[in-house]
Ligand binder design. Structure first.
Ligand code: NDP
Length: 328
C-alpha cells in the first residue's frame, strides 16, 4: 500500500483526501515509478481546489510533475533503477499523477533525469521551471539577445517567474521583475533582477501603445497585464506568453502588432514535443545556477498540500514548492 492524494467527485462536489492505494489500483502503463519527489504548480492548485475544470475524470491523483526511480518496466527504453522525470502530458488531469508514492505511466511520458540534477532538483524546477526555459528559448528563437535591450518578467516572485528571472540574468539579460509584492524585491534582486516594477502599473486597461521599453518579455499573467506588456514592447519586440494568473482574457489592441511588429509567442509545456523538452532540460542543466535551486525551493509534506494550494490562487506563493515522497 502507498499514500496518494485523491480527488473524487461526490454528486457535483470535488472531495480531496489523502488515501492508501495499492499498486493494483494504478492505471495501465508501461513503466511503474517509485516517486521520490513531486511539486506544486498553479495548475495543481486549480485542480485540487476545483477552481477550474482541470480534472477530466474521477477518481484522480493530482500532480502534473514527478521524479522517481523505475521499479518495473515493459518498455526497452527504461530499465529497473533508471531515474526519470515527468512533466505534463495530461498527468494529474486525465491520467493519475505525481502526488502519490507510485505512478504507472506510458514510457513516452518520461524523460531520463539529466546528469546535472538530483531527483529533488528536478522537482524544484518542475513544470514551472521547464516552462520558464521554454519561454527563454522562444525569445532566443525570435532573435532576442542581451544586447537587444531590457527584458520584463511578470509574476516574477511565482514559480515560472522566479526561474525565468534567474535564467535570463545568468544569460546576461538586463531583467526587470514585475511583482505585486514589494516584500519580494530583495528575493528578486537575489535571483538577478536589476529593476523591480510594481504590478499595479500594468493591472488596469491601458493605452494601445506606450513608451517602447522591452525588447523581450515573459508573461505569466495574461489579461490587462499582457495587454500592457504588448503596448510597451520595443519595435519588433517579442513576448513569450504562458500563463493566466490575472485572467484568461486578452483585452488588447492590434496596434503593437501592426505598428511595431511585436511578436506574441504562445508557450505550452503540456503537449510540448519530446525533442523540445529534452532541449529545455539540457539548457536548464547549463544555464540555471545551482544556487538558484536553494533560493527558490520550499519543502512541503504531502499531508499539507490541501492547506497550501489556495495560496496559489491568492498569488502568495514564492518560488517553487517541492513535495518529498516516502515510498514504502
Ligand atoms: P505561481 O502562483 O507560482 O506564480 C504566479 C504569479 O503571478 C504570482 O506569484 C504573482 O506573482 C503573479 N500574479 C498573481 N495574481 C496576479 C494577477 N492578478 N495579476 C498579475 N500577476 C499576478 O504560478 P506558476 O508560476 O506555477 O504559474 C504561473 C502561470 O503560468 C499560471 O497561470 C500557470 O497556469 C501558467 N503556466 C502555464 C504553463 C504552460 O504550459 N503554458 C506551464 C506552467 C505554468 P507576483 O506576486 O510576483 O506578482
Amino acid at each position: 500500500m502507498f499514500n496518494a492524494l485523491v480527488i473524487d467527485q461526490v454528486e457535483t462536489q470535488q472531495q480531496v483526501a489523502l488515501r492508501q492505494l495499492s499498486k493494483q489500483d494504478l492505471p495501465a502503463g508501461e513503466v511503474l515509478v517509485r516517486i521520490a519527489y513531486s511539486t506544486l504548480n498553479y495548475k495543481d492548485a486549480l485542480a485540487i481546489t476545483g477552481a477550474s475544470p482541470i480534472v477530466r475524470q474521477y477518481p484522480m491523483v493530482p500532480g502534473i510533475d514527478f521524479s522517481g526511480v523505475v521499479e518495473q518496466s515493459d518498455h526497452p527504453d527504461y530499465q529497473v533503477g533508471d531515474q526519470v522525470i515527468l512533466n505534463g502530458w495530461g498527468v494529474g488531469e486525465k491520467h493519475w499523477g505525481g502526488l502519490a508514492e507510485y505512478a504507472r505511466v506510458p514510457a513516452d511520458y518520461l524523460i531520463p533525469l539529466p546528469d546535472a540534477f538530483s531527483l529533488r532538483d528536478a522537482m524544484v524546477i518542475g513544470t514551472a521551471g521547464y516552462t520558464a526555459m521554454l519561454c527563454v528559448l522562444a525569445l532566443e528563437q525570435q532573435g532576442v539577445r542581451p544586447e537587444s535591450g531590457d527584458v520584463l518578467v511578470t509574476g516574477a516572485a511565482g514559480g515560472v517567474g522566479s526561474v525565468a528571472v534567474a535564467l535570463l540574468a545568468k544569460l546576461g539579460y538586463q531583467v526587470t521583475a514585475m511583482t505585486g509584492r514589494d516584500t519580494e524585491a530583495e528575493y528578486l534582486k537575489g535571483l538577478g533582477a536589476l529593476h523591480i516594477l510594481d504590478r499595479g502599473e500594468y493591472s488596469q486597461a491601458g493605452r494601445p501603445l506606450t513608451k517602447e521599453r522591452w525588447a523581450g518579455a515573459i508573461d505569466v499573467a495574461g489579461s490587462h497585464v499582457l495587454m500592457n506588456v504588448c503596448a510597451a514592447m520595443k519595435y519588433r519586440g517579442v513576448v513569450a506568453a504562458c500563463g493566466l494568473a490575472a485572467g484568461m482574457d486578452f483585452p488588447a489592441s492590434m496596434a503593437p502588432f501592426i505598428l511595431r511588429g511585436v511578436r506574441l509567442i504562445g508557450v505550452d509545456s503540456v503537449m510540448c514535443p519530446k525533442n523540445d523538452r529534452l532541449q529545455a532540460w539540457q539548457r536548464l542543466a547549463t544555464d540555471l545556477d545551482p544556487m538558484v535551486l536553494d533560493a527558490v525551493a520550499t519543502e512541503i509534506p504531502l499531508d499539507q498540500v490541501q492547506q497550501i494550494v489556495p495560496q496559489f490562487l491568492e498569488g502568495k506563493i514564492r518560488g517553487r514548492l517541492v513535495i518529498p515522497m516516502q515510498a514504502k
